[in-house]
Design a protein around this ligand. Structure first.
Ligand code: HEM
Length: 478
């Protein structure tokens, strides 16, 4: 009642009408229905039912706040481009990851910190990292897949993507700090979506403590990188932390640091959080799909055999090799279309916003979700069919309109890790397809998943393995 009253008094009389729909019961609103649907893997249906009933823009109440749910390219465009819509994360996330992380920042601060991240994650910097990613993938497969009769894919892919981020972004070698950080990080994630109650025995309290451990480890890493750069033992391009530490405010080497130590640590944590489960989910669902689609797998095997033929001495893949994996990237895009790892996210209206003829009042939330746009038959012909050629730029069919493939978001907040995700996925699929064949373990349903909150196949996707060809050791490894 209080919230409903507050909402009414905070909203001046509308110039345009509010979107259709109902705010439901105070506080609870429609939150329980959506959460239940997410757990049962019927969230897409739940959202689609709203669209069938009210159209692509409707009001409801989620997690205690009046909300406008939007879907479709036109609404996505407004969400991504409107300056009056700022990101809104759950309070638990900001407290655990840190208040200076890029997801929390707006305006000039967002541009400065995001710009710094993007400078390191841009293609011409990442091309130097392909060899390191190749090394991580091959070591992972040799340690965890080779010689095994069966593996459970999702947890292994999470380990792999953690190791890639630890190497490329933090410059941490195996063992030592990297293992301690992995343990702290796993504990931290447990409470990241919890109710933010800092009381003994709550998931949130455990997560906060783990976050403090991770921050201490990263602070020590930042100090070590600074000293190493000052003594000329390393280069800014070695890893993201070295790069961020070396950036200065416009006026050359003597200028003030562009990012504070707190910003470097918070944004290292957010990159790890945003970057490892998402890519692991993409690879897991590609593996699941390929287990049931021998035609696509055979076409991919041909692509990778052609690239791998010149690597008989165990040489690492290069940027140019990765650029040739066009079919594999189309398979990845189609997987992202059908199972986007990010279910959706929130914005908050800093001012009244006009959307599709409706008014979103200042202070309200906006919720956008890629899955509904991705399954719109008006955009994607037969959307439930897995069809990688939709993403073939040479194909006869016209490409989907802007803002209709939004697995990585769009506009000034589009995922800055998109290119890293592309390279690590392609390198991993290269070695998997060249060296292994896999079948879903008996009894595993092949088309279900729960949202946890990322999509997770039943039991983490156990598969039985056949070994097609032995993995060659990484050059320099004993
Ligand atoms: C398949 C893998 C990935 C997917 C599907 C994905 C998806 C997304 C999406 C949808 C957003 C936008 C959220 C919004 O607008 O509310 C986003 C933002 C972000 N992603 Fe990714 N991501 C992936 C990989 C990565 C990686 C590898 C990194 C590591 C650097 C990363 C770091 C970030 C960061 C820092 C943001 C916030 C950007 C900002 O607010 O300016 N992501 N991601």
């Amino acid at each position: 009642v209080y919230l409903a009253g507050r909402t009414r008094s905070a909203s001046p009389s509308p110039r345009r009408g509010l979107p259709p729909g109902s705010l439901g019961l105070p506080l609870v609103g429609q939150s329980l229905g959506l959460l239940r649907a997410m757990r049962r893997n019927t969230a897409e249906r739940w959202l689609q039912d709203r669209i069938d009933r009210y159209g692509p823009v409707s009001k409801l109440s989620l997690f205690g706040a009046p909300t406008v749910f939007v879907a479709g390219p036109a609404a996505n465009k407004v969400v991504f481009l409107s300056e009056a819509l700022a990101p809104k994360q759950p309070r638990s996330l900001a407290t655990i990851i840190g208040r200076r992380n890029v997801l929390e920042l707006v305006g000039d601060d967002h541009r400065r910190v995001r710009g710094a991240l993007m400078q390191f994650l841009r293609p011409d910097m990442l091309r130097r990292c392909v060899g390191k990613i190749d090394g991580e993938v091959r070591r992972h497969l040799a340690d965890r897949w080779a010689g095994e009769r069966a593996v459970t894919v999702l947890p292994l892919m999470k380990t792999l993507t953690f190791d890639i981020v630890a190497t490329i972004l933090f410059g941490l070698d195996r063992g030592g700090i990297r293992e301690q950080l992995a343990a702290a990080f796993a504990d931290m994630l447990e409470g990241i979506w919890s109710v933010p109650l800092d009381l003994p025995f709550t998931a949130f309290r455990r997560s906060l403590r783990a976050s403090a451990r991770a921050r201490r480890l990263l602070a020590a890493t930042v100090r070590e990188k600074k000293a190493s750069l000052e003594h000329g033992r390393s280069f800014p391009s070695d890893d993201l932390i070295s790069y961020l530490v070396s950036l200065r405010h416009g006026d050359g080497d003597g200028g003030r640091p562009l990012l504070t130590e707190e910003e470097i640590i918070d944004n290292s944590i957010v990159s790890l959080t945003a970057g490892h489960d998402t890519s692991a989910t993409l690879m897991t669902f590609m593996i699941r799909h390929l287990a049931n689609d021998p035609t696509t797998l055979a076409a991919m095997a041909q692509e990778h055999d052609e690239i791998g033929r010149s690597k008989d001495g165990g040489e690492a893949l290069t940027w140019e090799d990765v650029a040739r994996m066009k079919l594999t990237w189309r398979v990845a895009q189609e997987t992202l279309r059908m199972v986007p790892p990010v279910f959706g996210s929130f914005r908050r209206a800093l001012d009244d916003v006009d959307l599709d003829g409706y008014r979103i009042p200042r202070g309200w939330q906006v919720f956008w979700a890629p899955c509904v746009t991705h399954m719109d038959p008006a955009i994607y012909h037969e959307p439930i069919k897995f069809e990688p050629s939709r993403f073939d730029s040479q194909a006869a069919a016209p490409p989907p309109p802007p803002y209709s493939f939004v697995a990585f978001g769009g506009g000034p907040r589009i995922c800055p890790g998109m290119e890293l995700a592309r390279v690590e996925t392609l390198v991993t699929m290269h070695y998997l397809v060249r060296h292994f064949r896999w079948r879903l373990c008996r009894g595993e349903k092949d088309d279900t998943f729960v949202r946890d909150p990322l999509p997770s196949p039943a039991n983490g996707l156990p598969v039985e393995l056949d070994h097609v060809a032995p993995l060659l050791p990484v050059r320099g490894d004993s």
